[in-house]
Design a protein around this ligand. Structure first.
Ligand SMILES: Nc1ncnc2c1ncn2[C@@H]1O[C@H](COP(=O)(O)OP(=O)(O)OP(=O)(O)O)[C@@H](O)[C@H]1O
Ligand SMILES: [Mg+2]
Length: 361
């Protein structure tokens, strides 16, 4: 049973001026599966390593439950970490790999045996216990690394991109296995990935980072429906949201032939953006029609047929510049390359952001 609290925790690597993690404020609940997501170099691994005690915390604090662990060595924190490369001991069998941490702790042999066998059963590794890691598949190695963390019965699991060495199909399988296992064990988990699909499907809540700064933390659904800024809007969801900065008028925004009505409050909040406002709509939140006056004509560049539906990529001429758009269409209406189609975002599904700050309006 454990909660984790980052209190304005920062890490500034020696020789660099900008913090790799900048005043991170984050509370993780007991039993929660929290995913840290963001582009490469945004500070995900550093945040995790600070919690593990593998990286200094230069400012702020980190608590596990109510205990300040900021300056405790890793072994005193009661956490277990699963790394991207699994870091298995090559000369040890699966059994020995899983038993190792308990052996170091001088746990009685019978107890170690019980813990290893229990974890092996949970992870369907029973028939591989006598094998060395090199005689295992990638997915099996991944499960051994999980098993090694589980036998220690830590208060917190930390996982840094544990699926990135697996092929696409195995990754999808394993991601549901990890989520199921975490639910079963109920151990507070912090999971790092740069893959927004993993974040959306696995996390109870997702924390999105950019350049060392936490952008937003919320449930996957809330992040998708109400992204707090332009970065989160563009990062979560695939294909990405259509986001354009366009002219602001007294009653809304104009998108070529399309006008997007905004409330008086929204227009007021958009002021200071140099006469512009940023508008976004997701690919699935637009209707595609063959002809209509109040819609945006786009020329189709590419159609991705997904079987059940299709992603249609195209471009439109907006005030002299060519802007790219993507919309999702149903299977029964699939346009051809080079064809002109008309798109009309659903008014209730439009996201509005300040053109200067990028903050949601
Ligand atoms: N030991 C180090 N010394 C100096 N700078 C570092 C060190 N480790 C990481 N950094 C820098 O800190 C920033 C954050 O790195 P971090 O490894 O936390 O990113 P990440 O989000 O995990 O990225 P990725 O998705 O590529 O793993 C990066 O700019 C990186 O170059
Ligand atoms: Mg990393």
């Amino acid at each position: 049973m454990a909660t984790v609290t980052y209190e304005k925790a920062s890490r500034i690597y020696p020789g660099s001026e900008r913090p790799a993690v900048n005043e991170l404020e984050l509370q993780i609940g007991d039993g929660e599966f929290l995913v840290l997501v963001g582009p490469s170099g945004c500070g995900k691994s550093t945040s995790l390593r600070m919690l593990a005690g593998l990286e200094d915390v230069d400012r702020g604090r980190i608590l596990i439950n109510d205990k300040d662990v900021t300056h405790l060595p890793p072994k005193s924190r009661d956490i277990a970490m699963v790394f991207q490369n699994y870091a298995l001991y090559p000369h040890m069998t699966v059994y020995e790999n899983m038993a190792f941490a308990l052996k170091l702790r001088k746990t009685p042999k019978a107890e170690i045996d019980r813990a290893v066998k229990e974890a092996a059963a949970l992870l369907q590794l029973e028939e591989y216990l006598a094998r060395k890691p090199k005689a295992l598949s990638g997915g099996q190695r991944q499960r051994v690394a999980m098993g090694r963390a589980i036998v220690r019965q830590p208060q917190v699991f930390l996982m840094d991109e544990p699926l990135s060495n697996l092929d696409a199909k195995l990754r999808v399988q394993t991601r549901s296995q990890i989520a199921t296992l975490q639910a079963k064990l109920g151990v507070t988990t912090v999971y790092v990935t740069h893959d927004q699909v993993e974040a959306m499907t696995m996390g109870h809540r997702v924390a999105v980072m950019l350049d060392g700064v936490l952008q937003q933390v919320d449930t996957p659904r809330a992040l998708y429906d109400t992204p707090g800024n332009v970065f989160v809007a563009g990062f979560m969801g695939s294909p990405a949201m259509n986001i354009k900065t366009v002219s602001l008028t007294e009653s809304g925004a104009t998108f070529g032939a399309l006008s997007v009505p905004l409330t008086r409050e929204q227009v007021a909040a958009a002021q200071g953006g140099d006469g512009k406002v940023t508008i976004g709509f997701r690919p699935e939140a637009a209707t595609v029609v063959t002809e209509s006056a109040d819609s945006l004509p786009i020329v189709v560049d590419l159609v991705e047929d997904l079987g059940s539906d299709a992603n249609v990529y195209g471009h439109a001429d907006l005030g002299g510049t060519s802007e790219r758009f993507v919309v999702r269409t149903e299977r029964r209406y699939m346009p051809h390359m080079g064809e002109t189609v008309h798109i009309k975002p659903n008014p209730e599904a439009i996201h509005v952001f300040h053109a200067g700050t990028g903050v949601r309006i």
